[in-house]
Write a protein of this length. Structure first.
Ligand code: SF4
Length: 245
């Protein structure tokens, strides 16, 4: 797995940002996370080794901008160059998550330059799903996914799945990671309900991590970071209409 963080830093926009891991990690080192700045690895996708080959091999999925938001306004001046690198590396796939779908339309590259990019809109509760998804799903993007992470409530997205089921490539769910007070739990019932919505509209579903606190029935589970993905996998909730059960 390759991570490319062309810029670092962000500003909080909604409830899902409250315990942002990037802010928590920076605070340990006295770094002001609200200052968005280019990183030293800005040009990583096009870096070459001594043999003049790209350092990132062909076919790699490149997780992009995981310590910022690719569509943050403070990065407007750098984004064209980032798109240009993404276009040059059409042999790799770029995967980015945003809470700012209202900024995407004005920040897109020319048509035809997004075939190797998946943009994921994250919606942590019903309020933000109803504000972000109508904007996001109406955009002419070749690869779109929805994620509820950290999922903070039950969320109904049936009307979006019904209208855009052929365009939404996946819906995924995850809890909130972190330690100490203030970490919000994930209720397994919300996971089941989201999976059922995906079943009805035949959209692939993934439960990719539990977060630190999982409520299942009347039990509360505290799950260490290193087990949050494997515990989600053990729940057996992933579903793809293209793969027979
Ligand atoms: S948008 Fe993402 S990176 Fe930015 S503050 Fe919110 S959670 Fe953190």
């Amino acid at each position: 797995m390759t991570v490319w963080n062309p810029w670092h830093g962000c500003t909080k926009v909604s409830a899902g940002c409250r315990n942002c891991y990037m802010f928590r990690r920076d605070s340990k080192y006295g770094i002001d996370s609200t200052i968005v700045r280019q990183t030293k690895e800005f040009s990583l996708p096009v870096k070459r080794n001594r043999q003049k080959e790209y350092k990132i091999p062909t076919g790699e999925v490149i997780y992009t901008c995981f310590t910022s938001d690719f569509f943050h306004e403070a990065a407007d001046e750098w984004r064209a160059q980032a798109w240009s690198m993404i276009k040059e590396r059409s042999d790799c796939h770029f995967y980015m998550i945003t809470k700012r779908p209202e900024r995407i339309a004005a920040a897109l590259p020319p048509i035809g330059c997004l075939e190797n990019v998946t943009i994921v809109c994250t919606c942590e509760n019903q309020y933000w799903a109803d504000r972000r998804l109508p904007i996001f799903l109406s955009l002419p993007l070749p690869h779109k996914e929805i994620i509820h992470e950290p999922m903070l409530s039950n969320i109904h997205i049936e009307k979006y799945l019904e209208k855009y089921s052929s365009e939404i490539e996946a819906v995924s769910v995850g809890g909130e990671s972190g330690e100490g007070t203030g970490i919000r739990p994930l209720n397994f019932g919300w996971v089941i309900e989201t999976q059922m919505q995906c079943h009805v509209y035949r959209v692939p579903f993934r439960f990719h991590q539990t977060g630190s606190i999982l409520i299942r029935g009347d039990k509360v589970y505290h799950i260490p970071r290193e087990e949050q993905e494997s515990q989600a996998q053990k729940a057996g909730m992933d579903w793809d209409p293209g793969i027979p059960a």
